[in-house]
Design a protein around this ligand. Structure first.
Ligand SMILES: Nc1nc2c(ncn2[C@@H]2O[C@H](COP(=O)(O)OP(=O)(O)OP(=O)(O)O)[C@@H](O)[C@H]2O)c(=O)[nH]1
Ligand SMILES: [Zn+2]
Length: 212
């Protein structure tokens, strides 16, 4: 197994415009990571940072959890090519309304292919390829993400059952494979924009996302 361990490196107060969280920093260690791209060498050891925003009492019942994959273009620049920023806001407001929950922010930019590769995939999409075809054309899998790290962080927080905010059945399955029970799926569907309709159509038709 490539995932080896996780350690908490920070735990601080974190007020946001959605409400008051704690922000926890985690560092995951992976051994013998196999590359997601055929032409890349495998790395003997690598670290991956992740952040958890935690609100309220998370142990009395399975908490609401969102595992958000980094999307610089959406999260920071509010890109309308995808729905990531809207989903991030939906997750934070859902947790704030409940007064309890966890948002895990994972550095899985571009479903794990990295920012530069995602931008190259955007170029190919501008030429007519869909999200998956563009990844494959660049030598990557359609989705390079693994969920052992978020599962280990949840365990370290004392959480083994969750109510997961997602539209992606594969994410539910991956988290369960990693040992976290998903007692409920909460929809992460957000209003579409003309600019992300094709992206969402590919997610629905080729990746099985429960949208539309
Ligand atoms: N490779 C690639 N990644 C993208 C593209 N657009 C968005 N992403 C990344 O997709 C990730 C989010 O994954 P999604 O497929 O939108 O959603 P999900 O996390 O699988 O499912 P939900 O839980 O329902 O949001 C983020 O890491 C984004 O950076 C793209 O065109 N190509
Ligand atoms: Zn995005």
């Amino acid at each position: 197994m490539p995932f080896t361990s996780v350690k908490k490196v920070a735990d601080a107060d974190f007020p946001t415009r959605w409400g008051h969280f704690r922000i926890l920093g985690f560092q995951g260690i992976f051994d013998n990571s196999s590359p997601c791209n055929d032409s890349a060498p495998s790395t003997p050891t690598r670290t991956e940072d992740a952040v958890a925003l935690v609100m309220g009492e998370i142990h009395s019942a399975p908490p609401i959890v969102r595992i958000h994959s980094q999307c610089l273009t959406g999260d920071v620049f509010h890109s309308l090519r995808c729905d990531c920023r809207q989903q991030l806001e939906l997750a934070l407001s859902t947790i704030a309304e409940a007064g309890t929950g966890i948002l895990l922010y994972e550095q899985q930019e571009g479903r794990g292919i990295g920012l530069m590769a995602k931008l190259r995939a955007y170029e190919l999409q501008d030429q007519g390829l869909d999200t998956i075809e563009a990844n494959l054309e660049l030598g990557y899998k359609a989705d390079c993400r693994e969920f052992e790290l978020p599962a280990a962080i949840l365990r370290q927080l004392g959480v083994t059952s969750v109510r997961l905010i997602t539209n992606n059945p594969a994410k539910v399955e991956a988290l369960e494979q990693a040992g976290i029970k998903v007692t409920e799926r909460i929809s992460a569907e957000v209003p579409t924009e003309p600019t992300n309709e094709r992206y969402l159509k590919t997610k629905r038709e080729k990746m099985g996302h429960l949208v539309g």
